[in-house]
Design a protein around this ligand. Structure first.
Ligand SMILES: Cc1cc2nc3c(=O)[nH]c(=O)nc-3n(C[C@H](O)[C@H](O)[C@H](O)COP(=O)(O)OP(=O)(O)OC[C@H]3O[C@@H](n4cnc5c(N)ncnc54)[C@H](O)[C@@H]3O)c2cc1C
Ligand code: SF4
Length: 482
């Protein structure tokens, strides 16, 4: 099983076994099987150990990819895990759901001629082996400190910060308005991309390490930001972005037009065994319906693939640009096509048609204009090109904006950017309010899990620096007073 490196010339790129599309359509299980040990070490051995590891440069966490590939190729999996988790709080999550074609793998030096190394799959394999072998342990600090940190939001940003702060010895309480830990990892991203027990496993480790979770707790309703600032020496805001962008067009008020997050949350809750009235009533269930999903991002791809699994009569994705310009991962588009989703590229919705309920979407063909300074081509309508798509369920997946936290948190002094995200100092992740920090989508706008993890880790470091300075100030003040 121990493999020499530089095998990319003789060994082809291979991902773990992908389940057959027909079988995939019948359940919500993950679509890839686990890597077997031989294949994992052989694939890791394809790494060219190039001088400048562009994979690492393009990984938001700057993971030491060539080093853990080398260790995995040599069968030294415990060391590989130690190295992988030193920079990534949840390597098994990123290995599965990072859009790797745009990050590490897409920038692998051998990608162009030989196909890049299957970095994500090896990262997942290393971490799953670590769990199976009992190498993954709760975050236990060497010394416990008195100071406490309140974290608002149990998504990947909040959890990554909680893990790091707990390891440093701080008392950590995470507040979330959901009833489960995980944020979009649980209620947004479907099971076929990330099985929910993987998130529960991490939540249990954090709880074992001493992180306290207060769920069904909405800041703004159950406490103000100011109250949390009184309760803790520092507060981290990691609340994500949840205000759905909308499309105003004729017929927008008809029944049968739904928001992507409502639809995905209902499906994820069903999968977790919850009773969901709007699913049981058929409102958020695609079964036997002609489904049209508007939007070409990750959320849109999750909606079309969920609808396929709910046994929809047909599923169409409407996107106003072409495939090359889709914001969603190309891998996800491929999976969706294999599973029977029809893509109407270069097509934008004009109106929802129907009497009380939607019965069709009228769309218009588009072309791409000349690229602007940033290289982006604006879609332009083609005259007289309208067409109708049968539709009993239209799902709007048009992106998300932040809620206005200065209002929601009753914190009028909290500084926001012109996009409504929180303004922070990039060096410290601090907002303009003393002792209040921010991380994840609420700072970046809708982004990626790997960036949320990076922000959460950076914010934890910023908080620790702030708290150490506070202690030093208090100590010197009390010495001066004696
Ligand atoms: C459908 C969908 C699919 C996606 N797929 C991918 C993918 O494949 N790969 C990828 O990398 N990224 C994906 N993303 C993006 C990714 O999920 C986010 O970038 C990431 O979850 C952001 O993490 P976060 O911790 O900042 O926020 P979130 O995960 O949104 O967590 C925020 C948490 O804060 C809580 N909260 C909010 N307000 C309050 C309040 N007032 N009081 C208490 N708690 C509050 C929320 O309940 C939530 O639990 C996807 C996003 C969506 C919507
Ligand atoms: S965290 Fe994401 S970008 Fe970084 S190595 Fe893993 S899969 Fe690639």
């Amino acid at each position: 099983m121990a493999e020499n490196l530089l095998k990319f010339v003789s060994v082809e790129r291979q991902s773990p076994e992908k389940r057959d599309a027909t079988a995939r359509r019948g359940d919500f299980d993950e679509i890839y099987q686990d890597f077997d040990p031989d294949r994992a070490s052989l694939q890791a051995a394809r790494c060219s150990q190039c001088g400048i590891p562009y994979c690492q440069v393009h990984c938001p966490l700057a993971n030491n990819i060539p080093d853990w590939l080398m260790l995995a190729a040599g069968g030294r999996l415990e060391e590989a895990y130690e190295m992988a988790q030193a920079t990534n709080t949840f390597p098994e999550v990123c290995g599965r759901i990072c859009p790797r074609d745009r990050l590490c793998e897409g920038n692998c030096v051998i990608e162009k001629d030989f196909g890049g190394v299957t970095i994500g799959a090896v990262e997942t394999y290393i971490t799953e082996t670590a769990f199976a072998e009992g190498w993954v342990v709760p975050p236990r600090p060497a010394t416990e400190l008195d100071q406490s940190v309140g974290i608002i939001g149990a998504g990947p940003a909040g959890l990554a910060a909680a893990d790091r702060l707990c390891r440093m010895g701080y008392q950590v309480t995470v507040y979330d308005r959901y009833d489960r830990v995980g944020g979009l990892l649980v209620y947004g991203i479907p099971n076929f991309k990330l099985e929910k027990h993987l998130v529960g496993r991490r939540a249990a480790l954090l709880a074992d390490g001493g992180v306290a979770f207060q769920l069904d707790f909405e800041v703004g309703r159950d406490a103000s930001l100011e109250e949390l600032r009184q309760r803790h020496q520092a507060v981290l805001i990691a609340t994500g972005v949840y205000q759905a962008r909308d499309a105003t067009m004729p017929g927008a008020g008809l029944a049968g037009i739904e928001l992507a997050m409502d639809y995905l949350t209902a499906s994820n809750r069903k999968g977790l065994g919850d009773a969901v009235a709007d699913f049981e009533s058929g409102r958020l269930d695609a079964r036997s319906k002609h489904v049209v999903v508007i939007g070409g991002g990750d959320t849109g791809m999750d909606c079309v693939r969920t609808a396929v699994r709910q046994d929809a009569a047909s599923v169409t994705c409407l996107y106003r640009r072409d495939r090359d310009n889709m914001p969603g991962s190309q891998h996800e588009v491929t999976h969706a096509m294999e599973e029977g989703v029809v893509f109407e590229w270069l097509a934008a919705p004009e109106a929802f048609l129907g009497d009380d309920r939607v019965s069709a979407v009228r769309a218009q063909r588009m072309r791409l204009g000349t690229p602007d300074a940033g290289g982006r081509q604006a879609p332009k309508p083609l005259p007289d090109s309208s067409f109708n798509l049968d539709c009993d369920l239209a799902i709007k997946a048009l992106g998300f904006d932040p809620e206005d936290l200065s209002v929601a948190f009753d914190a009028p002094d909290l500084k926001l950017s012109r996009w409504g995200t929180l303004k922070i100092s990039e060096a410290s992740m601090a907002t303009n309010l003393a002792g209040v920090f921010a991380a994840g989508d609420i700072v970046r706008g809708a982004s990626l899990v790997v960036w949320a993890i990076k922000d959460g880790r950076d914010a934890a470091d910023g908080i620790a620096t702030y708290l150490r300075a506070t202690v030093a100030r208090e100590t010197s003040a009390s010495v001066a007073a004696e």
